[in-house]
Design a protein around this ligand. Structure first.
Ligand SMILES: [Zn+2]
Length: 221
């Protein structure tokens, strides 16, 4: 029965009249439900805290010369942060519920994207570009590194191999490796990228913005 017929039929005495005035109105029992539905619809949307909205890209601090910013996806920054806090690739894979192969590939892609030569350099770039946040107050180290040790540690942060750093400062690769390990052991740090983080927190490394436009005169030519 179409709607026109339904309205006309009772008048014509051909069908029983609808139970409540017409089929186009709600039964009184249904009004309460309709009111509740309207009330639910009118309820203001609860605001979501900004930290719960995942941005598409995370931006670092602007370059002081050209104003460009390093950008990375939240996943990339997440992996960089885990690495910067001493997670080995295997541990990061377990934490992110993915494979070690995937994490290795992601770390390579991350280093490429940041223009870094290795993971240590990627973490260093993350700190200098503002993709990884440093605390406002410098951290005090229990054992202040000597100038010679700092030259070794800066080489590590710059992504140089132990041999490359050794060549620059006139020491063997083995001596460089021992100096790095001594620093890590003294401060209870497990990985080199975590050491880079600690040194940045202590404000002991070159912290200039790593933008390609920036001509560094000091440690990272
Ligand atoms: Zn720039």
């Amino acid at each position: 029965m179409d709607l026109g017929t339904a309205v006309k039929a009772p008048a014509a005495g051909q069908a029983p009249a609808p139970r409540w005035p017409s089929m186009f109105l709600l039964d009184p029992a249904q009004y309460a439900h309709a009111r509740a539905r309207r009330a639910r619809a009118a309820r203001p949307v609860r605001p979501v805290h900004p930290s719960r909205i995942l941005p598409l890209l995370i931006a670092g601090t602007p370059c002081p010369v050209c104003g460009e910013q390093f950008m990375a996806t939240p996943n990339a920054v997440g992996l960089l942060a885990l690495t910067a806090h001493g997670y080995t690739p295997g541990e990061a894979a377990r934490r992110l519920r993915t494979s070690r192969t995937q994490v290795d590939a992601d770390l390579d892609a991350l280093a490429d994207g940041l223009g870094a030569t290795n993971t240590c350099h990627a973490v260093d770039t993350g700190h200098r570009s503002g993709l990884l946040r440093l605390p406002a107050r410098p951290r005090r180290l229990l054992h202040q590194p000597t100038a010679a040790a700092l030259a070794v540690l800066q080489g590590m942060a710059d992504g140089r191999t132990d041999s490359e750093t050794g060549l620059r400062i006139g020491r063997t690769a083995r001596a460089v490796n021992e100096a790095v390990n001594r620093f890590l052991r003294l401060h209870g740090v497990r990985t080199r990228p975590d050491g880079v983080t600690l040194l940045h927190r202590a404000r002991l490394l070159d912290a200039t913005h790593p933008c390609p436009c920036w001509i560094t005169t000091g440690t990272n030519p």
